[in-house]
Design a protein around this ligand. Structure first.
Ligand SMILES: C[S@@+](CC[C@H](N)C(=O)[O-])C[C@H]1O[C@@H](n2cnc3c(N)ncnc32)[C@H](O)[C@@H]1O
Length: 436
């Protein structure tokens, strides 16, 4: 009976994600696809999983004074998930929060555990909420308020300063804007706006990117335009990657790390059924995702294949995109577990891989050709350090400056933070191979 209970399913997902065995977005998609909960509970399931993950450190701080004994991992997770409902959701009555948690604890097999859960939650719910003001140090308070590990909070404060870090961490607890990219090979931006509006959406055109629309309304995945491949969901920051690569019609393009294909399709749309995009990824199962998108959007200028981007490519290209594997801190609002998982060791290992991929890919760039290196992270090591190391070792390449959309001034590198456009954090730089 418990099996399809929304809180029971949410806890199972939290167990898997916080034990490092799964990604929140994939687990949620899987649960929805397998009808693990009823249609009407999908919203609550998503809220419970993302909300608890997003605010994990804050919730642990709030509930900690009420835990007197050593608890099993799943019990702690059940407690923070219950605390999340009490603190952040309006519509769940307190007795329901407690009863549901106690029933889950019983279903997991132990009366003793369920009694402990009951006592802790009753005590927590009937006491005043612990204040953050008792935390003296700014960095520690921000770490708890923003639910970002202390080492990472301190690290970002060193790079971006306290105010920017605070803005970024707190904004990352809220949902980003929903933006879509219009498939201009099949519909004009104006037509897309009109059709979306007539389907009940509030639509705003973006001031920087013509094919980018800001949407408010029902989930856009259910809309006809999305299902028919006339629009794709893509974050505004991520769209800047294709816009800055700015391919000319008829060109050849190499996309080295391309799954699931968001930027491949953006570039192919810009080519408007001319030229050729060769899209590669190291993971065979992810190639299907690119193929699915290319087919749905009806793009006829993309070929896909498995390839390790550290190994030579066998052609030269007018343009190259290296959208490198990275720590992903820029997308922590969509994949909150990233905040808790990644370490400085990961960042260092990624730097090596990124430099290796960039070195190798650059060999396939034609003289005068342009290459964009991008990541969805805000780590200087994986961003500026990669490109400056590369340029130091390769004097036949140089920066190809472009316009920073925030200032309208020329720049060599662009580090977008979530607060710049209420979107993801992204790094973008462009280099070119000197003419011979
Ligand atoms: C940031 S994601 C790319 C996102 C993609 N460009 C998009 O817009 O949809 C990085 C990708 O690099 C792939 N990858 C990781 N190591 C790789 C390697 N050595 N060679 C090629 N691809 C790799 C991953 O499988 C992942 O799909």
């Amino acid at each position: 009976m418990m099996k399809n209970n929304v809180r029971y399913v949410a806890l199972t997902i939290l167990d898997d994600v916080l034990n490092g065995e799964a990604y929140s977005n994939l687990q949620l998609n899987e649960a929805i696809k397998n009808e693990a909960v009823t249609q009407k509970d999908i919203g609550l399931l998503t809220e419970l999983v993302y909300g608890t993950l997003q605010r994990k450190i804050t919730l642990e701080y709030l509930i900690e004074p009420f835990i007197q004994t050593k608890l099993k991992g799943w019990m702690k997770r059940l407690l923070i998930m219950s605390a999340y409902q009490f603190v952040y959701l309006d519509k769940v009555p307190n007795h329901a929060i407690i009863n549901e948690a106690v029933n889950i604890a019983k279903a997991r097999g132990d009366l003793h555990n369920s009694k402990a859960i009951n006592a802790i939650l009753r005590n927590f719910i009937s006491s005043p909420l612990r204040s953050l003001d008792e935390i003296k140090h700014d960095d520690k308070r921000l770490s708890i308020e923003g639910s970002v590990p202390l080492w990472l909070t301190k690290h970002w404060i060193t790079h971006f300063g306290y105010e920017k870090t605070k803005e970024m961490c707190l904004l990352s607890l809220t949902p980003p804007d929903t933006t879509v990219r219009v498939n201009t090979t099949r519909i004009t931006v104006q037509e897309a706006v009109e059709r979306l509006e007539s389907n009940g959406y509030t639509v705003k055109m973006d001031k920087d990117i013509e094919r980018c629309l800001h949407i408010k309304g029902e989930p856009i995945v259910n809309d006809r335009l999305f299902k028919d491949g006339l629009i794709s969901i893509q974050d505004k920051s991520s769209m800047f990657v294709g816009e800055i690569l700015n391919v000319k019609k008829g060109s050849t393009v190499l996309d080295t790390c391309s799954a699931p294909g968001g930027k491949t399709c953006h570039i192919a749309e810009m080519l408007d059924q001319t030229g050729q995009v060769d899209a590669f990824d190291i993971h065979p199962h992810k190639i299907d995702l690119i193929d699915f998108n290319v087919k749905k959007l009806r793009l006829n200028n993309v070929s896909t294949s498995v390839h390790d981007a550290t190994k030579p490519f066998d052609k030269t290209y007018d343009y190259i995109l290296v959208d490198a594997p990275c720590s992903g801190f820029g997308v922590m609002r969509r994949k909150p577990e990233i905040k808790y998982d990644k370490t400085t060791k990961d960042v260092e290992a990624l730097w090596h891989l990124q430099v290796e991929i960039l070195e190798n890919a650059s060999k396939s760039l034609a003289p005068g050709g342009e290459l964009v290196y991008s990541t969805c992270t805000i780590e200087q090591m994986e961003n500026e350090n990669v490109v400056y190391s590369f340029l130091k070792a390769n004097d036949d390449f140089e920066f190809a400056p472009f316009i920073d959309p925030r200032t309208n001034e020329e720049t060599k590198t662009l580090q977008l933070l979530p607060q710049d456009y209420n979107s993801d954090g992204f790094f973008i730089t462009k280099i070119k191979r000197k003419e011979r």
